[in-house]
Design a protein around this ligand. Structure first.
Ligand code: GLA
Length: 360
């Protein structure tokens, strides 16, 4: 029997580069998603076809515990299969077919959508507790693909809820659903840029944060209050000091964002977050700064910032409902005139988390 599973991408509204510091994040799942059809396979193997890449992979089931990463899209699937086995789940011979509406390299978390949809398509009727499902996806990425990411993307892909964003406390892994004021819309603008240094820079940022925490005598930056940080900041070298300041202040912005219903306050928190990612965390780039600087001058825009890991991908823009068309036209023309590239624009609606969508 063929069954189909869906897992969404996400935008992060605020709380960037805080998840691997046990901090707070505030993402929402999107109606852009990855779909995996899972069919029985007569051979004792796992077959996978990617519609996007028009490529297939096949692994004998018994070799999965010993697989090595190949450095391509198949690693996400193989990594999830390996983590399911490690966690004590069984793998049946299956044939998976993957298609996705989440753009790749846009900072909308196509990788978590792939991991979670594949994990469901492989676990089938074995119930995996939702938090464990998210952790299996994260471990596949950290331990097999090799990117030391936090839990945000996989968590929101599992726990997303239609009409709501969620505050995730990445220390105790608890969540609280929040809704945005009805007069605002969120648009993501894709810079169409993906800088090759994003993975190495991401790893470097995680190391700089760990270094700052060590120097401050705590196990993670979550344990440093703003006043304790101010008192100790002078003792830190420049890089860990700037990274730590961003993380500590960003956690505070998530709390203020979650507590506010004033669109102007929400918007100015987004801009503050962007400036901090630009100047302190240094994960922005010329194209993203241009998109934010341009957006905030457009009528009906409350605020904007980069979303996701940075070094390209999307900005998110908090806009007065009804102003979407004018905003899109203006930003598209400006970006085209400046960089000769047309940005793709996505209307972001909060969608439900992952699950099975059909049984035939
Ligand atoms: C990527 C990672 C997340 C998170 C963000 C930055 O999307 O996968 O875990 O660290 O970057 O906030």
């Amino acid at each position: 029997m063929t069954r189909t599973f869906r897992a969404p991408g996400r935008v992060n509204l605020i709380g960037e580069h805080t998840d691997y510091n046990q901090g707070l994040v505030l993402p929402m799942a999107l109606d852009l998603a990855t779909f995996v059809e899972s069919a029985p396979n007569s051979a004792p193997s796992l077959k996978v076809h990617s519609e996007h890449y028009r490529e297939s992979r096949e692994w004998q089931l018994k070799t999965i515990p010993r697989l090595e990463p190949a450095g391509d899209w198949g690693d996400y699937v193989a990594g999830v299969a390996r983590e399911l086995l490690r966690a004590g789940y069984r793998l049946e011979p299956r044939s998976l077919s993957i298609r996705s509406t989440v753009p790749e390299g846009a900072g909308l978390s196509s990788s978590a959508a792939l991991e979670i949809s594949c994990a469901l398509a492989l676990a089938l009727d074995q119930p995996v507790p939702p938090l464990e499902l998210a952790q299996i996806g994260q471990r596949a990425e950290v331990e097999f693909v090799g990117l030391p990411c936090g839990i945000m993307d996989q968590y929101v892909s599992v726990f997303g809820r239609e009409g709501s964003a969620l505050v995730i406390d990445c220390r105790n892994l608890e969540r609280k659903y929040v809704t945005l004021p009805s007069e605002v819309s969120i648009l993501a603008v894709n810079s169409m840029v993906k800088h090759s240094l994003s993975q190495s820079a991401y790893r470097q940022r995680t190391e700089e944060c760990a270094d700052a925490a060590r120097r401050l005598g705590v196990s993670s930056l979550r344990d440093v209050s703003p006043s304790a940080f101010e008192a100790a900041a002078v003792t830190l070298p420049e890089a860990p000091r700037k990274r730590a300041r961003h993380v500590i202040e960003e956690n505070g912005r998530v709390v203020r964002f979650a507590a506010s219903t004033d669109p102007w306050e929400l918007g100015s928190l987004l801009v503050e977050s962007h400036r901090s990612l630009q100047r302190l965390y240094e994960v922005s780039c010329e194209e993203l700064d241009f998109l934010v600087d341009t957006a905030v001058e457009i009528e009906g825009v409350f605020g904007a910032r980069v979303t996701g890991g940075g070094f390209g991908g999307c900005t998110i823009n908090l806009i007065r409902a009804g102003c979407e068309a004018g905003f899109s036209e203006t930003i598209e023309c400006a970006y085209q005139a400046r960089f000769g590239v047309s940005p793709r624009i996505y209307r972001c609606r909060a969608a439900a988390g992952a699950g099975e969508i059909t049984t035939s």
